[in-house]
Write a protein that binds this ligand. Sequence first.
Ligand SMILES: C[S@@+](CC[C@H](N)C(=O)[O-])C[C@H]1O[C@@H](n2cnc3c(N)ncnc32)[C@H](O)[C@@H]1O
Length: 320
Amino acid sequence: MNNHWSEYWQQGHTTSFGEALSGNYDGILKSVWKPIFNGLTENFLVVDVGTGNGSLPLLLRDELLTSELTGKVVGVDLAEVSLASSENQNNHNIDIALMSNTRCEQLPFEANSVDLYISQFGFEYSNVEKSLQEANRVIKSDGQFVIVFHHKRSMILNRNRRILNLIQKKEVNLLIECLVKMANAMGNVNNSKDVDRIKKDSQCESVRTEINQLIKSLVMFDDAAAQDCELMRFVAQFFKNGLFWPVTKKLEFIEFITIQMDTLKLRLTELVDASFDESKLAIFLEKLQLNNMTLNELKILKNDQDEVLAWYLHASKLFS
Ligand SMILES: C[S@@+](CC[C@H](N)C(=O)[O-])C[C@H]1O[C@@H](n2cnc3c(N)ncnc32)[C@H](O)[C@@H]1O
């Protein structure tokens, strides 16, 4: 499962919200961490699981930028990741290290060594029972366990469920097949004479009509989801920028679209499976207790429009 995430992180995103969120987290998904980060003490070790390109470690460092505190934050992820910032690391009193190919069910840290264990939309993708046992092993007595994780009925899930419903429709595959037919029917287009030729070509015309009908039916099914999944942008790019590309390059681009749609499907299916409703949460809270943790705070995070964004859970490891 980590390959599609590796491919995603290699595109340089800071968070898993991709183009929808330029830069790092803002609003409540940023501010909720402030008191947690400000509670750290000298020479701390923080571990962020499912870190991606290090969005939380970067938030932590920004928050403590003007403080004298020194410490280390290690982000671990099952995928191949790299820090989404080109700043010079050495200018900071907070050291950030990211570890790729590292699962939170098996952490490379000594027992009782971690002051603060954190995650934002990462922990819930793992085998949570095993990850909790591992968290219990590595966190120090009285150390903190703080996670922000997906809520089954959040606006994030609602929006992504709509995208998933759309890209699972047969019209998406038909549209991609039509693009292949179109690329082959057009042949190489080098000048305005070729453009006239394809305009008069009956095969090109009938595929173009078919493409328009498929787009219309997808947009009518869910306009917002059709835009969100970027398929429409890719199709527009194929006809505008790609018109003069050689056939081979057009076919490569269509292959790229296919991969983007397949990985999006995988990511969104995982997202839906990873999210928590109340009953899944109740079982998790029992496991938390069994793993030596005491709950300090559990709440639902909402945005300015009062829409549900995520669960927030803060626990402490009991003295052993
Ligand atoms: C939705 S992304 C969140 C990334 C980041 N925390 C953020 O908010 O931008 C989930 C991440 O969890 C990682 N992941 C999934 N299962 C994991 C596991 N068992 N151990 C560590 N990381 C995992 C994925 O590779 C992916 O990068």
